[in-house]
Each structure stands twice: as structure tokens, then as C-alpha cells.
Design a protein around this ligand. Structure first.
Ligand code: HEC
Length: 198
């Protein structure tokens, strides 16, 4: 062994004696080394960041989370899509597209609860008006056929006309909602009309 190696071993022993921790397990001892600054900065930094992030996004709700931002952008895109379709003229496909717009369907549900449940009941299962969920339709099950009934009503049978009262935007929304409950098969009023699928 050279003199140099001897010295380094001595140094190491000295260092160990100074900084080794006072527990030992299976002959394994632990150094009490000071953590490097870059590591400490990272740790404290990420803790502060996590705290600020939590307060900003969750406690105060000031920040818009990526998922929320995505949904907002989707919403805007869908609004644009609906506006374009309206310009081009509505058809069955337009209403199928409307059913994919959660906000419109939710709006339609509200309108339904306010104006339609008196006769069609809460789930559309029917009382004065027919069951809207049973797959049987008096006037056809295509969206455009339903639109005509909702707009103009069937005065002789007691279905009011809604176009004047609700206006096109709300009629479109309530129709979108009806399309989402259309084949739910809720037990209620006996089927009327013909079996129909769209
Ligand atoms: C005052 C009672 C009443 C209210 C309120 C009412 N309906 Fe009706 N609805 C009826 C009746 C009765 C019929 C059946 C008409 C017929 O026999 O031709 C009907 C039929 C319908 C049909 C066609 C069903 C089919 O089988 O072809 C749709 C769609 C409809 N209603 C939607 C609505 C919507 C949407 C609303 C609310 C905006 C609404 N109704 C509110 C009584 C009502």
C-alpha cells in the first residue's frame, strides 16, 4: 500500500467519525451528509409551487384548469358549428349534432321541465301527452317531424304550439333533449302510434 492510499483511508475514517449517524443496522451505517443546494432548491421550490398551484386553481378557483379550458374551447367550437348549421338550414343531422352538445341538452332539459312535464311527465313517460321514450310515435320519430309538432302543436289533441312562446333556439334545445330520452323505454303511458326508429 502506498503512502498516498494510506492517507486517503485515514481521511475517510476521520470524515466518517465526524459525520456518521448514530444508528446502525446489519453493520450498515449512514452518513449525515448535507444535501446539495440544488436539491434543496428543487424540493422547496416544488413545495411552494404545489401550494401556490393548489390555492390558485383549487381553493380560489382563479385559474382555468386544462380540462376546463378544453371544455370551454369545445363549447365555443360547438356554438360555431351550430351557428353554421343554422345558416345552412336545419335538418335531421343538425339535431343529431345538437344532442352531442351537453350544454344545449341541459338547456333543453330545463325547458322540458318547465313547459312539457305537465303532460309528458318528468322522464317523458307520458300522461296527457304520449310517452316520448317508448319507440312508438304518432307523427314520426325523425327530428324534423318532431320539430313540426313542437312548433305547430296538435290543437285538436291538446298538444300546444310552442314556436311563438319559446322561439327557435329553445325549441331546438328541447328537441335535442327529447332525442336523448327517445328510446329510454320508461314504463308509462301505453304506446301510441307506430313503432319508429331513427
Ligand atoms: C297540455 C299538454 C301538453 C304539453 C304541455 C306538451 N305536450 Fe306534447 N303532446 C301532447 C299531446 C296530447 C300530444 C299528442 C298529440 C296527438 O295525439 O296528435 C303531444 C305530442 C307531442 C309530441 C309528438 C309525439 C308523437 O308521438 O308523435 C312531441 C314531440 C311533443 N308532444 C313534445 C312536447 C314538448 C317538447 C313539449 C314542451 C315544450 C310538450 N310536448 C308539451 C300534450 C302536451
Amino acid at each position: 500500500m502506498t503512502e498516498n492510499q494510506d492517507m486517503s483511508r485515514d481521511n475517510r475514517t476521520e470524515y466518517q467519525q465526524d459525520t456518521v449517524m448514530d444508528h446502525e443496522f446489519d453493520g450498515i451505517q449512514e452518513f449525515d451528509n448535507r444535501l446539495p443546494n440544488w436539491w434543496l432548491w428543487l424540493m422547496w421550490g416544488s413545495m411552494v409551487f404545489a401550494l401556490l398551484y393548489w390555492v390558485f386553481f383549487h381553493t380560489l378557483g382563479v385559474g382555468v384548469l386544462p380540462v376546463e379550458r378544453f371544455e370551454m374551447e369545445m363549447q365555443v367550437a360547438q356554438e360555431i358549428q351550430i351557428a353554421r348549421a343554422l345558416e345552412a338550414g336545419i335538418d335531421n343531422e343538425f339535431f343529431v349534432m345538437m344532442t352531442q352538445n351537453e350544454a344545449k341538452v341541459a338547456e333543453g332539459r330545463e325547458i322540458f321541465v318547465k313547459h312539457c312535464v305537465a303532460c309528458h311527465l318528468d322522464q317523458g313517460q307520458g300522461s296527457v301527452g304520449p310517452n316520448l321514450t317508448d319507440g312508438y310515435w304518432i307523427h314520426g320519430c325523425e327530428p324534423m317531424q318532431m320539430l313540426k309538432i313542437i312548433n305547430d302543436g296538435v290543437a285538436a289533441k291538446g298538444m300546444p304550439a310552442w314556436m311563438n312562446q319559446l322561439g327557435p333556439t329553445r325549441v331546438n334545445a328541447v328537441l335535442a333533449y327529447i332525442l336523448t330520452i327517445k328510446d329510454n323505454e320508461v314504463a308509462g303511458k301505453a304506446p301510441e302510434g307506430e313503432p319508429c326508429s331513427f
